[in-house]
Design a protein around this ligand. Structure first.
Ligand code: FHN
Length: 423
């Protein structure tokens, strides 16, 4: 199997199983999750012997062609004794995230649980000696957060038969099928039988995997946990829901889907401090939910297990916004209005929500022609502020004169919106 430089892939689910998986209900309702990329790559944090990696932090081994035996020595320094799973999960709760996906095994092969298949793990080679999968799954369960696991099924740069490392291992002699049967599936069994309910297995970079191999993995997961969702990057159009490329926002997606989004320019921790603001994240969530999708926003804890304080501040601001405006996000569906000049729309069974990025300077917000509205309210910390509504020849108009927009993203709740199809 050849090297894999381009990692993203759009795959929208065609797996017949997905239509019957009742777990899609929680996924549709949740809308916003926390992605956690954490592993030994947080120790070099983007630099190897003083040399910066040109790409993302978690790709340092691949991009600098670090020999597997040398890279694996990092485990001896993985000792984040202060790491507290409850703090991490509490952060997700404060951010308003309803599910969490942890990198049980990323492309470098380091495992965050006590696996029988390798000693390159947080419990064997690492002095830490702790089962991070177990600790975070427990904290998620206690706080009602759905818990999912990222598992790199094709690339494993420290495994001789997996894809991705052709500087240590000859691609011509690799037994990829053997790796899937004797390593990947037994590890998935450990994860799916050792931690109670696993809500989601998040596969990645499926390039090169055959349809039969993808199907085999989906069936393996569903045999062990029928209600565990499988993301679209299991490959070959399979999985329970579709996955966009990283940081991508599709125009007219169909079905259930999710976009994975970085908090800065990397997934694994580096010294990059260009954090996306709460406003940028809210806009991403608004766009995705208005098109029927979810956002999985990444945190990359440092080598001590801490999320940088500047990112914590943005996450808490998003959580505050979701406290006042979450009715427009959770348990909502695609909005009825498309191609709005000023923002996006979502819908619940009772209301249409307008997420307004460009607050009108004239003080009036004009709805699309042919729409009438009974009442409108701006969602605020104090509850809601009623807005004047009148009809004009161009359609319903909401009066916003003298009303301050939200510091993150303004949301207006419409009641009795009519002649909007489909609501
Ligand atoms: O190569 C990976 C990358 O490191 C990261 O895990 C992202 C998250 O979506 N997935 C792959 C690139 O698409």
């Amino acid at each position: 199997m050849a090297d894999i430089p381009d990692a993203g892939q759009i795959t929208f689910a065609q797996d017949p199983h997905s239509k019957s998986n009742p777990a899609l209900k929680w996924f549709r309702e949740a809308r916003f999750g926390m992605f956690v990329h954490w592993g030994v790559y947080a120790i070099p944090a983007g630099y190897w012997n003083g040399k910066p990696t040109p790409h993302m932090g978690e790709w340092i081994m691949h991009d600098l062609k670090i020999p597997a035996e040398e890279y694996k020595q990092l485990a001896a320094s993985f000792d984040p004794n202060d790491f507290d799973a409850t703090e991490l999960v509490d952060l997700a709760v404060r951010a308003g995230q309803r599910y969490l996906v942890l990198t049980a095994k990323h492309h470098d092969g380091f495992c965050l649980w006590p696996t029988e298949l390798t000693s390159f793990s947080s419990t064997a080679d690492a002095p830490l000696g702790r089962d991070i999968v177990g600790e975070i799954s427990q904290a998620c369960r206690e706080r009602g957060i759905k818990f999912g696991l990222y598992y790199s099924q094709t690339q494993d740069w420290t495994h001789p038969d997996a894809a991705g490392n052709d500087w240590d291992f000859d691609p011509e002699t690799k037994d990829f099928e053997g790796y899937l049967q004797e390593y990947v599936k037994p590890q998935l069994t450990e994860l799916l039988t050792g931690y109670g309910e696993i809500s989601l297995i998040w596969f990645d970079t499926p390039q090169g995997i055959t349809a039969q191999q993808s199907r085999d993995l989906v069936e393996h997961v569903h045999k062990l946990q029928p209600y565990c969702l499988v993301n679209g990057r299991v490959g070959n159009g399979l999985g329970d829901y579709g996955q966009t490329r990283d940081n991508e926002m599709p125009d007219e997606p169909s079905g259930d889907w999710e976009t994975p989004v970085t908090g800065n320019g990397t997934w694994g921790f580096t010294d990059n401090t260009e954090w996306k603001s709460a406003h940028e994240i809210a806009v991403t969530i608004a766009k995705a939910v208005s098109r029927g999708g979810n956002v999985l926003l990444n945190v990359g804890p440092d080598s001590h297990g801490a999320v940088p304080s500047a990112q914590v501040a943005e996450l808490e601001a998003i959580g505050g916004w979701l406290q006042r405006c979450g009715a427009s996000i959770y348990e909502t569906r695609r909005g009825p209005f498309r191609a709005l000049e000023w923002g996006w729309s979502t819908a619940s069974s009772d209301h249409v929500y307008l997420l307004v990025e460009n607050w009108p300077v004239q003080g009036d917000l004009v709805l699309p022609a042919g729409v009438s509205v009974e009442s409108a309210r701006l969602l605020t910390d104090a509850g809601a502020t009623s807005l004047g509504v009148h009809d004009s020849s161009g359609g319903a108009v909401l009066g916003l004169t003298g009303i301050e927009p939200d510091a993150v993203l303004s949301v207006i709740e419409l009641t009795g919106a009519r002649e909007v199809a489909p609501l």
